[in-house]
Design a protein around this ligand. Sequence first.
Ligand SMILES: *Cc1c(COP(=O)(O)O)cnc(C)c1O
Length: 348
Amino acid sequence: MNINIENLVRENIRQLKPYSSARQEFSGDADILLDANENPFGSPLNVNYNRYPDPNQTELKKMLSEINHISPDHIAVENGSDMLIDHICRIFCIPGKDNIIVLPPTFTMYEVAAYTNGNEVREVPLDQDFKMNTQKILSVADENTKVIFLCSPNNPTANNMNRDEMEKLINQFNGIVVVDEAYNSFSNQKSFIPDLPKFKNLIVLQTLSKAWGLAGLRVGIAYTSTLIAGYLNKVKTPYNLNVASQQFAIEALAQTDKVNAWISETKEQRNILSEALKSFDFVETVFPSETNFILVRVKDADRLYHYLISKKIIVRNQSHKVLLANCLRISIGTPDENKQLIDVLKKF
Ligand SMILES: *Cc1c(COP(=O)(O)O)cnc(C)c1O
C-alpha cells in the first residue's frame, strides 16, 4: 500500500515549531553554562540535579540503538509508554473528528488517551479464543480512523496476536498501527522492530517498566520510521526524561544478563504457578501465558479477589471486562511470593 504518512499527521502538528531549549541550540563542550537559569551552586542533595537533562537522550538512544540494531533517529523515548500512546493520539487524531480502533479486552490506556484528546474509540472485541479478526477490524475502519492499537502479547489475555494477521492488518490499513510489545521479552514471538523497514505506518512500543524492572523510573520507547520518530520528538516537552531516569536506564541496559536471568525465572515460575492453579477445584481455566502474568477464570472472582485482599495479597480483578467474566489477572511474583499465594489459595 502506498500510504502517505505526512498526510496522516494533523495540520497543526505539521506546522508546529517546537520549543527550542537552551541545550538544544548548543551542543559541544562548554566550561561555563549561563544559558538555562539553573542554580549554579548545586542542589541540596548529595547528587547534583541542578542541571537540566539531555533533551535528546543521546546516550540512552545510542544504547537502545545498539541493543535493537536500529539507528537512533528511529527512536523516541518518553516518561513511560503511556505518554507515547498519548502523543500518538495527539499527532494523528483530530479532536471531535477522528477515531482509533482497539481490540478489547486490552490495555485501557489507548482509550483513555483517545478520549482525553476528544476522539471516538471503536471497539472490535477479540473472539472467544482471544484472537483478532482482521476483516472485522478493516470493515470498522473508515477514512477518519487514524490509529489501530494492537497489544501483543496482550494485556490482560496474556496471548500473542497472530503474526500473519498483524502483518496483514499493517499492510492493508491506511493509517497508523501501533504494536505494543510491553511483554515481548516474556514471549517466543519475535519483535516487530527488525520489520520496521517493511512498514511505513508501524510504531513498536516497548517499555523498561516490566522485564527491565524500572517501572519507577518511567521509561517508554517507540521504535518507528524516522518521520514518525521526528514527530514524537517534536511534540515532547524539551526535558521530558529526567537526569536520573536517563542515567539509571543507561546503567540498567548494560546488565542484560541479570534481566535475562529474571525472565527465565519468571517463565519457570509461570509454569509452576499455572500448574498449581489448575489443581484447585474453584479454578475453571488457566489461560496460556506469554507474559509475566496469568489470566485465570474462577467460579466466583469477586469472592476470591476479596479473600486474597483479606490475606494481604492483591491481584487484578478483570471480571467487569468483555469476555473476562470471573477472571483474575495474577502477576508472577518471586518463588517465595508464589508459594505463599498457593498456600493461601489452598485455604480458600
Ligand atoms: C504496563 C503496560 C504499559 C505501560 O508502560 P509504561 O512504560 O510503564 O507506561 C504499556 N502497555 C501495556 C500493554 C502495559 O501492560
